[in-house]
Design a protein. Structure first.
Length: 301
């Protein structure tokens, strides 16, 4: 393992490459990454990096976003088959059809979407800024794709807007249920429940805190409480425990495991750097249109 890490570090320097990793990656990858974050944080860091090559340890839509924001850089996805089922649930045609049905609505797409969907949307959002961006839009009707759970969460926070949710969902967060929450709270009565807004409404209603991956990490670090039940993908536990060695963290459900996020192995990272595989190549016109929605996200606070 140490030998692989040394080779990765050597190649990063030789090729002026930056390794970006999502919080849901495995601990060995997180520990060697140059930048670790959630979708929003990594979008910002991808735009700011001075590296010539970006190695993105996450899923395809994240690597696509990095390429859109850095069209002149080489963006590599070490595990070429690391996709996002939720991103694939909505298509550009779905948005075209929704625009015909709701001609006065703004189209807001969650960052967990393909570049083609971003190109058809007015603005992109992440779980950390969705409420603020939706609130700032001049339109009163908002078509929100693809995550129905985040859409409902935003609707509750911005009641003055009519949110039109799509029928998509994260297959990991969506399968956690209220019964599991009740069982976890009964077993750990002193622990706070921190959940992601991609969870279903019945779970969100029972939470002590609802927020993005980065938001959950920040809350746990700043809280004076010492025990937490975590309602998001299990990869976050590595960072939580590393940053808070004196606190205890318990995963809400064993279902909170994303197979796609775990497809990237440290050997894949090394191979990506050695052979500069697998490069993200996108249509230039799609990139130009998608960049508008991403730039608007990064400029709207």
């Amino acid at each position: 393992m140490q030998n692989i890490q040394n080779q990765i570090e050597k190649l990063k320097k030789e090729k002026n490459a930056a390794l970006l990793a999502h919080y849901y990656q495995t601990g060995d990858i997180i520990d060697i990454a140059d930048m670790v974050g959630d979708s929003y944080g990594l979008s910002k860091k991808a735009k700011e990096t001075k590296a010539d090559i970006i190695v993105f340890c996450g899923v395809r839509f994240m690597a696509e976003s990095a390429k859109i924001l850095n069209p002149n850089k080489k963006v590599l996805l070490p595990a070429i088959d690391a996709g996002c089922p939720m991103a694939d649930m909505v298509t550009p045609k779905d948005i075209i059809d929704l625009r015909k049905k709701y001609p006065d609505a703004a189209v807001v797409c969650y960052v967990n979407s393909t570049s083609e969907v971003k190109a058809q949307s007015d603005v992109c959002v992440t779980s950390s800024n969705a409420v603020g961006i939706v609130r700032s839009l001049k339109e009163n009707q908002i078509i929100f794709v693809p995550d129905q759970n985040l859409a409902r969460y935003v609707s509750g926070k911005v009641p003055e807007k009519e949110i039109i949710p799509f029928d998509g969902y994260c297959i990991v967060h969506h399968r956690v249920n209220a019964k599991e929450v009740d069982e976890a709270k009964a077993a750990l009565p002193g622990a706070l429940l921190l959940v992601h807004p991609e969870c279903v409404q019945a779970v969100i209603e029972k939470a002590d805190f609802v927020g993005s991956t980065a938001g959950i990490i920040k809350y746990a670090k700043q809280s004076e409480d010492e025990e937490f039940i975590i309602g998001t993908e299990m990869g976050i536990l590595h960072v939580l425990k590393k940053q808070n060695p004196d606190k205890k963290f318990y995963l809400l459900s064993p279902a909170l495991f994303c197979t796609n996020m775990k497809k990237t192995k440290i050997e894949d990272v090394l191979a990506a750097l050695q052979y500069e595989q697998y490069e993200i190549i996108l249509d230039k016109d799609i990139m130009k249109k998608a960049k508008k929605s991403l730039d608007r996200m990064l400029l709207t606070q």
